[in-house]
Design a protein around this ligand. Structure first.
Ligand code: KG4
Ligand code: ZN
Length: 336
């Protein structure tokens, strides 16, 4: 029996989770509301909040799992990518606890964690897992990638954004409309009442399987600026249609390359991961594209879409099985 404590602190969520073999026993997440008033994550404030949250969050994860720290086999932590001051809190805590318990620690790449979240099982319930090799559309606040997963720890990136991530496009466009941070979930909610065909925004022209979202953000900004000159209440009066049209454009950009990637690779096992995979429009579209093209589509449960430590713990589990333990002098890395 292998029991892993996972620790995630790469951005603005402090999370701890316990996974026993592949089964999730707890997954505690402390969100940081302090950033809302600034319309984005303030790194220094994130780091301070992690410091305050880390001990209670780990305590709670152990308590909910019904185990003591002496039952832990290893501690998995996010080494990067992320904000240095945020990562430092999780990495230092993991080192201290692992050393005091005399157990190994395992470093985890946050992005790999998002993808391997697909292999978590629930107590008494096996969830459906993609078969190797599968293609994963990884869409978060910091990354947008198309990845072939050949085995638990064998990944190949075949396409990625050359500028902004999909989540950033949601968040930045939301900010332009005066919506709160993070904008993705707010746009998702407002889009439900709007017409996705109301406005058209140009899709970027990038070669191969790469993505680009910075042009969309700029054209959205200019579009609104011109309309506001004619009608100062334009945003207010068209909020739902703007959200629906913008979301529709982002989803189309994501899906276009995914369809291309399936054609190129011949892989029809399709998974989606990362914070943006919580988007209801994207989830619906993936299901309909899957039906149309004969794909097996794997959509994560909501709790495993945005940042959480269960995904770090499951990745730690597979790395631990391979003997991939981290030395005590491991330091966080902002880019991986
Ligand atoms: O994976 P994640 O929690 O953090 C990173 O690793 O970046 O992703 C956060 C991103 C944010 O940009 C947020 O706006 C977006 O995921 N997001 C959504 C939704 N929920 C979260 N975007 C669109 N629709 C949603 N429902
Ligand atoms: Zn993430």
């Amino acid at each position: 029996m292998i029991t892993i404590l996972g620790i995630e602190s790469s951005c603005d969520d402090t999370s701890a989770a316990i996974i026993r073999d592949k089964v999730i026993l707890s997954n505690v997440i402390a969100n940081q509301d302090v950033h809302k008033q600034y319309g984005g994550v303030i790194p220094e404030l994130a780091s301070r909040a992690h410091q305050q949250n880390i001990i209670p969050v780990v305590h709670r994860a152990l308590e909910l799992a019904g185990i003591t720290k002496d039952e832990l086999t290893a501690i998995a932590f996010t080494r990067g990518p992320g904000l240095l001051g945020s990562l430092l809190v999780g990495v230092s805590f993991a080192k201290g606890l692992a050393a005091s318990l005399g157990i190994p620690m395992v470093e985890v790449n946050h992005l790999q964690g998002h993808i391997l979240a697909h292999f978590i099982d629930d107590v008494g319930k096996q969830l459906s897992h993609p078969l190797f090799p599968f293609l994963c559309l990884l869409v978060s606040g910091g990354h947008t990638q198309l990845v072939i997963i050949k085995d638990y720890l064998d990944f190949e990136i075949i396409g990625q954004t050359i500028d902004d991530a999909a989540g950033e496009a949601f968040d930045k466009c939301a900010k332009v409309m005066g919506l709160p941070y993070p904008g993705g979930p707010v746009i998702d909610m407002l889009a439900k009442e709007g017409n996705p065909e109301a406005f058209r925004f140009a899709k970027p022209k990038v070669g191969g399987l790469d993505y680009s979202f910075s042009g969309l953000k700029t054209s959205f900004l200019y579009f609104l600026r011109d309309r506001i000159v004619e009608n100062s209440h334009f945003i207010e009066e068209n909020k739902a249609d703007l959200c629906a049209s913008l979301q529709h454009t982002i989803i189309s950009i994501l899906i276009d390359n995914l369809v291309k990637a399936v054609k190129q690779t011949g892989i029809k096992e399709i998974a989606v991961a990362g914070g943006v995979s919580a988007n209801s429009g994207l989830r619906d579209r993936l299901i309909s594209e899957g039906n149309k093209h004969g794909w097996n589509v794997y959509i994560p449960e909501f709790r495993f879409t945005t940042d959480n430590a269960a995904m770090i713990a499951i990745t730690g589990y597979y790395k631990y099985l391979q003997g991939l333990v981290a030395p005590l002098n491991t330091v966080p890395v902002t880019r991986m």
